[in-house]
Ligand binder design. Structure first.
Ligand SMILES: Cc1cc2nc3c(=O)[nH]c(=O)nc-3n(C[C@H](O)[C@H](O)[C@H](O)COP(=O)(O)OP(=O)(O)OC[C@H]3O[C@@H](n4cnc5c(N)ncnc54)[C@H](O)[C@@H]3O)c2cc1C
Length: 304
């Protein structure tokens, strides 16, 4: 398809999706764009509607798996959207961040302002937009759940028709790695924090980083934890996988990390299909042994 000459936004064709996700797999996107403002985003949505193209919105791609066949529609990366919009209000104890802001940047800005509550986000390699969709969270204490949904005040979104909304806390629903924001494009969010001295916040962040470094496999391409943890008191996904001795199991270059049983890593030139096959194999082995069905946390992008 030839691109119309009057499009203002740069729309690229045949873009390698492995370059836009942390697992480093996936075929080509037929169309790919990185809108930097609302006008460009609206133009893209209009273009997709006009050409009857399916679209998918991504952030850092740290929780998505694209198929080897690629994506026949339009991939909209929100990583440049209003990318530096990060506003801390020390008095009100709030922070507004655009959907593109990296969680590490957000967490550091809160620390610098002496605002606590976002320390747990610091080591998660995603954007605010992706974290809200996923209700991302982290705690080094088993059973404790720090999730971004707990500190959200309001979220600014756009619907597929290009209408902008502000969703208040009362309209938002967050549960474990889920939100009611699917289908919306996240433009930004306001979070509510609380005052604390900088040193204590910094200490907490350092402890989180040390813990992540010690236990997570951060040396290979991955999507982080592949499976959600079953409800307590059932064992963690990692515990179940490791108890069955599945660390190191591989299909092609898709491999269960030797360091963390709930991480699948790309050990070289893994294919998306190999990762999916490995996910299914783990599910079957765990189910056969325990009757617990592990549910994937990562999002496998499918064309409808
Ligand atoms: C090494 C490693 C460690 C990790 N540790 C953790 C952890 O501790 N806790 C945790 O919760 N997760 C963790 N993750 C997973 C991941 O980083 C989080 O889920 C993160 O919030 C995803 O953000 P993203 O910007 O990469 O989103 P993406 O992966 O790009 O997208 C995730 C989902 O959100 C949608 N989306 C993204 N941006 C937008 C937007 N602006 N508007 C609308 N939809 C959007 C996508 O369509 C997709 O459905 C880890 C991943 C890795 C690689």
């Amino acid at each position: 398809m030839n691109l119309p000459a009057d499009l203002k936004i740069i729309l690229r064709q045949k873009v390698n999706l492995a370059d836009h996700c942390t697992m480093r797999v996936g075929g080509e996107a037929a169309y790919y764009a990185e809108p930097s403002n609302e006008e460009e985003l609206l133009e893209l949505l209009e273009y997709a509607r006009h050409e009857k193209l399916q679209y998918v919105v991504i952030g850092r791609g740290s929780n998505v798996l694209f198929p080897d066949e690629g994506y026949a529609g339009l991939v909209i990366s929100m990583t440049r959207f209003d990318e530096n919009h990060l506003l801390v209000d020390k008095e009100a104890k709030t922070v507004y961040a655009s959907g593109a802001v990296l969680l590490s940047k957000l967490s550091n800005a809160c620390k610098d302002a002496g605002l606590a509550g976002a320390e747990f986000l610091g080591g998660i390699p995603g954007t605010v937009g992706g974290a809200l969709i996923m209700n991302a969270g982290y705690s080094r204490f088993p059973g404790q759940r720090n999730q971004i949904g707990d500190i959200v005040l309001e979220v600014s979104v756009m619907n597929p028709e290009g209408r902008r909304f502000l969703l208040s806390k009362g309209e938002l629903r967050f549960s474990y790695r889920q939100s009611n924001l699917n289908g919306f494009i996240i433009l930004g969010a306001k979070l509510k924090l609380w005052k604390r001295d900088r040193e204590t916040i910094e200490k907490e962040m350092k402890k989180n980083y040390c813990y992540r470094n010690r236990y997570q496999d951060l040396d290979h391409p991955s999507c982080g934890s592949v499976f959600k943890n079953p409800l307590r008191p059932k064992p963690s996904a990692r515990g179940l996988i490791e108890k069955l001795g599945l660390k190191g199991m591989r299909i092609g270059d898709a491999m269960v990390s030797m360091k963390h049983g709930n991480f699948i890593i790309n050990a070289g030139n893994a294919k998306s299909s190999e990762i999916i096959e490995l996910i299914q194999k783990i599910q079957k082995l765990v189910f056969d042994a325990t009757e617990i069905l592990l549910e994937p946390e990562i999002r496998i992008i499918q064309q409808h």
